[in-house]
Design a protein around this ligand. Structure first.
Ligand code: PLP
Length: 390
């Protein structure tokens, strides 16, 4: 396989996957890997799930794409399915997480402009957050390493210390149009937002008439044990960003708003050529049906508790694990050693995990992962830990 024509944007492991089934990936020579990355929280039903294959086959033979100048039934069906499961009323479809964040930021700017003229345009964002790579999403991503080479970023942003209510209050005023928060910071190290912090963010948004945006791109779509992550907290946001698992492997994203926020956009304000196309939406409907009606989400808490219990035993036994973090099937193993080296050791045993910050390894198994696969994963992890412990 020639690698010469691919741009150098990822630090990749030296493997080329050609096939996937459920929780397993197979390389070009047929080696089997246990996949606890799931395309970074994308393959929520594992690889090549029959409901996804079926939806793709049926929809692609009927209607694959049609412009948003016209209506299409699958887009309406997916929007209804999403809205039926949250406290919101409107959906804008796009292709990815960063695009769903861009839409949210534009909604907040327009909302602010309509409310209070041109000065109400400031975004508050969190230290250590991750919202994507486009210039808007990057400008509210609180990690210097991602921002440093791309300045000037967009104007009108204020960074706040995650979970620090005093810092939040200090930075909030009438010029703020929106605040963006991951209920659980994924890339930043599996850090859970305090309920009190989210409640204060909600109060300040109400007080100053700004929009509360939750980025659920990684922690949403069932991963925490409810379709929407915000349901695990005591706060309802005005805007929700989703993507990744919504298509189970097919690229689709969406920005969901309450009625108040949805009034900001009028025709011409925003758009997306591929957004909400029939193929992506048909897959989205199939994925949501399986997650909700297929009972996948109902079993997540039990699986989460089992994995965490077993990891705690490994923590005591080998002394390499510092802390087990996270909720549902978004689990972080905080390590006393370098996470990159640890994930390389896992890779050498054909176990795929992904890092989150310097010392945390993220576990993102498919949401329908079986007890058998969890036990296989734990066995490999134990081998890695015992070899490191010497
Ligand atoms: N927001 C969060 C919380 C993410 O974790 C990610 C990607 O990892 C994004 C946004 C960007 O999503 P995408 O890579 O689909 O643009």
């Amino acid at each position: 396989m020639s690698k010469n024509c691919i741009m150098n944007t990822y630090g990749r492991f030296d493997v080329n996957f050609e096939k996937g089934i459920g929780c397993k990936l197979y390389d070009a020579v047929g080696h089997e890997y246990m996949d606890f990355v799931s395309g970074v929280a994308v393959n929520c039903l594992g690889h090549c799930h029959p409901v996804i294959i079926d939806a793709l086959a049926k929809q692609s033979s009927q209607l694959m794409h049609v412009s948003n100048y016209y209506w299409n039934t699958t887009q309406a069906l997916l929007s209804e399915k999403l809205i039926d499961n949250c406290d919101h009323s409107k959906v804008f479809f796009c292709n990815s997480g960063t695009e769903s964040v861009e839409s949210a930021l534009k909604i907040a700017r327009k909302y602010g402009k309509l409310k209070d003229g041109s000065d109400k345009n400031v975004f508050i964002y969190m230290d250590n957050s991750f919202h994507g790579r486009t210039m808007g999403a990057l400008s509210v991503t609180g990690q210097e390493k991602y921002q440093v080479d791309f300045r000037p970023l967009i104007e009108g942003t204020r960074k706040v210390i995650f979970n620090d209510i005093e810092d939040l209050k200090k930075n909030f005023d009438g010029n703020v149009c929106g605040i963006i928060i991951e209920p659980i910071q994924g890339e930043g190290g599996i850090n859970i937002a305090n309920s009190e912090f989210l409640e204060e963010a909600r109060n300040l948004c109400d007080k100053y008439d700004a929009l509360l945006i939750f980025d659920e791109v990684q922690c949403g779509m069932g991963r925490l044990g409810s379709l929407f992550a915000y349901k695990k907290f005591s706060v309802i946001p005005d805007v929700i960003c989703i993507a990744k698992a919504l298509g189970g492997g097919f690229p689709i994203g969406a920005t969901i708003t309450n009625e108040k926020a949805s009034t900001a956009f009028v025709p011409g304000d925003h758009g997306c050529t591929f957004g909400g196309n029939p193929l992506g939406c048909a897959v989205g409907v199939a994925v949501l049906t399986e997650l909700i009606e297929g009972g996948v989400i109902d079993k997540i808490e039990e699986k989460s508790m089992y994995i965490k219990d077993q990891l705690l035993k490994l923590k005591v036994k080998y002394g390499i694990i510092d802390e087990i973090k996270g909720m549902g099937l978004l689990i972080g193993i905080s390590l006393k050693i370098d996470a990159k080296k640890f994930s390389k050791s896992c890779f050498n045993k054909r176990l795929l995990v992904v890092t989150a910050g310097e010392n945390v390894v993220r576990l993102l198994p498919p949401l329908n992962v079986s007890k058998k696969n969890i036990d296989e994963f734990l066995d490999i992890l134990e081998v890695v830990l015992s070899e490191i412990a010497g």
